[in-house]
Design a protein around this ligand. Structure first.
Ligand SMILES: C[S@@+](CC[C@H](N)C(=O)[O-])C[C@H]1O[C@@H](n2cnc3c(N)ncnc32)[C@H](O)[C@@H]1O
Length: 234
């Protein structure tokens, strides 16, 4: 494997074979690198009036799909003490790490993880339609079959409140073109691992958004050739 290939594979390999079922925290190197740039984007889109809401049940809910280690929400939650951060994962082996971060959250607004397979309807997990204030998903769309992308958009289009936001982060292509070469290599390595994986194209996501009442309102270039896409529920 050449140097650039080993660098691009870091993004997928650093997430694999890391299980914490006994409550010890996991530290994904990629999450450590990208959590602060993502936070800076979120600060532009998360409303801060929530801090004055006293009733816990009335606080805006920020649902993360595919929390992995739990590092992202642990980093975000103290910056938005009025928002309730709900982690979720399909892989229960990661719950120990997410619980570690939730228990140690200084502002106590990071909840215990719940099991969610985003290919299922969120009603299956007790959510009601038009009830969620923010949905967030990082680094899952390219490392899962396309039906997970469909599931994320269908659920966001149904369970987000009107005008609420879906935030997706990761590598994306545009007009069928992947840039730069490191992302082309990354895409090839993903598809070699599993032909149903691969970097998703923004145009396909826009179409999926249109079918699910979601409009792309902002595309933010991020470090390491990633993007944050902001979607608003119509
Ligand atoms: C590369 S990790 C990203 C973790 C975290 N979001 C981050 O950026 O550090 C991808 C995650 O997607 C989760 N995942 C895969 N398929 C899923 C599905 N159908 N529903 C929910 N999560 C899924 C995996 O369990 C894994 O934790």
């Amino acid at each position: 494997m050449n140097k650039s290939m080993s660098k691009v594979r870091d993004a997928s390999s650093s997430y694999q074979n890391n299980h914490s079922i006994k409550g010890e925290k996991l530290i994904y190197p990629a999450a450590n690198r990208n959590k602060e740039p993502i936070l800076q984007v979120l600060k532009r889109f998360i409303l801060s009036e929530a801090e004055s809401i006293d009733d816990d049940d009335e606080r805006p809910i920020f649902l993360e799909i595919a929390s992995g280690s739990g590092q992202h929400l642990a980093h975000f939650a103290p910056h938005f003490p009025g928002v309730k951060f709900q982690p979720s994962e399909i892989d229960e082996n990661l719950f120990g790490s997410i619980i570690y971060y939730a228990v140690n959250c200084s502002t106590k607004n990071m909840c215990q993880p719940i099991l969610i397979d985003i290919c299922n309807k969120l009603s299956y997990y007790g959510f009601t339609e038009s009830s969620i204030d923010y949905m967030y998903n990082a680094n899952m769309l390219h490392i899962s079959p396309f039906n997970c992308t469909v599931g994320l958009f269908e659920n966001a289009g149904t369970y987000l409140k009107t005008e609420a936001l879906l935030v997706t982060y990761g590598p994306f292509s545009r007009d069928g073109v992947i840039t730069p070469q490191s992302n082309i290599d990354f895409d090839a390595s993903l598809r070699a691992s599993d032909p149903s994986w691969g970097i998703r194209d923004i145009n396909d996501l826009i179409k999926l958004g249109e079918e699910n009442n979601l409009t792309l309102i902002d595309t933010i270039e991020m470090p390491s050739n990633n993007k944050t896409l902001i979607w608003k529920r119509n």
